[in-house]
Ligand binder design. Structure first.
Ligand code: NAP
Length: 259
């Protein structure tokens, strides 16, 4: 399928590996020139080079912490007016409800709610002026079904989801579509670190922890960054102009809900 976005430009945040990288690759395959971001310069530059060579698009690497104002300013300086924005950042650490203090919540809010909101506020006006734009926010299945040990993530992502619900309807008339993609368990480094948490807490091997978590997914396996990226590219495509403010779950059926 021709996604109709060849020659457009995109910022993909937190994209040197994992789900962000999957989104960057799928957009590059559709012919989109990219600014990709992550904190560690070496792996980010390597990712940029690999993507540019594989797909023949321009890829600029901007090493910066997207949860900070300075980091966002660096990313936006490299591409002030993208056609497409994919918001992403690392996820907060697991724990118990009584573990988290104000500072922990502020960190989670900065990374997983206020950073994507700030990026949207920065790029939406020009998208609206041009009458075309796409924003995809990577959130989590925890928005639909809480993951008890990820209370910081449950809280911050709920706030972003509420903002997108309203904002997406305010900008849709200008040809700008904002949607959220909700990953269930995907085979990335984040999943490995959560597997490690289960292995440690239950005194079992990593293989057993992974099998235990995979058994909670009707599809019987973890998702892949490629599958995730394909859905992201579709939501960023010309074809997705009538999809507004949706929360699309990619979880192999893990959330047991009819709707
Ligand atoms: P990952 O494999 O650990 O990759 C995270 C990427 O984000 C890396 O490129 C990392 O590079 C970058 N990054 C992290 N913090 C950043 C920051 N503050 N500023 C800029 N870049 C940053 O993680 P993932 O599995 O792709 O997860 C992506 C998001 O989806 C996370 O928020 C995660 O909580 C959420 N999620 C994932 C799953 C899953 O199963 N994988 C499920 C539900 C939700 P640097 O470390 O170099 O910055």
């Amino acid at each position: 399928m021709d996604l109709g976005i060849k020659g457009k430009t995109a910022i993909v945040c937190a994209a040197s590996k994992g789900l962000g990288r999957g989104c960057a690759e799928a957009l590059a395959e559709a012919g989109v020139d990219l600014v990709i971001n992550a904190r560690s310069q070496g792996p980010l530059e390597q990712a940029a080079q690999e993507i540019a060579e594989k797909y023949g698009v321009q890829v600029t690497a901007v090493a910066a912490d997207i949860s900070t104002e300075e980091g966002r300013a660096k990313v936006l300086a490299a591409m002030p007016s993208p056609d497409i924005l994919v918001n992403n950042a690392g996820g907060p650490p697991p724990g118990m409800w009584h573990d988290w203090e104000r500072e922990d919540f502020i960190k989670a809010l900065d990374a997983n709610m206020l950073a994507p909101i700030a990026m949207m506020k920065a790029v939406l006006p020009a998208m609206m002026d041009r009458g075309w734009g796409r924003v995809v926010n990577i959130t989590s299945q925890s928005v639909k079904s809480p993951i008890a040990v990820l209370g910081l993530s449950n809280s911050a992502r709920a706030g972003l989801t509420g903002y997108v619900g309203g904002t997406s309807r305010q900008v849709a008339g200008s040809g700008v579509n904002i949607n959220n993609l909700l990953p269930g368990i995907h085979a990335t480094d984040r999943a490995i670190s959560l597997d490690q948490g289960v292995a440690k807490a239950e005194g079992i091997s990593m293989e057993a922890a992974r099998a235990q978590r995979a058994a909670t997914i009707p599809a019987g396996r973890y998702g892949t960054a490629e599958e995730f990226g394909a859905m992201c590219a579709f939501l960023c495509s010309e074809k997705a102009g009538f999809i507004v403010g949706q929360n699309i779950l990619l979880d192999g059926g893990a959330v047991n809900a009819t709707l």
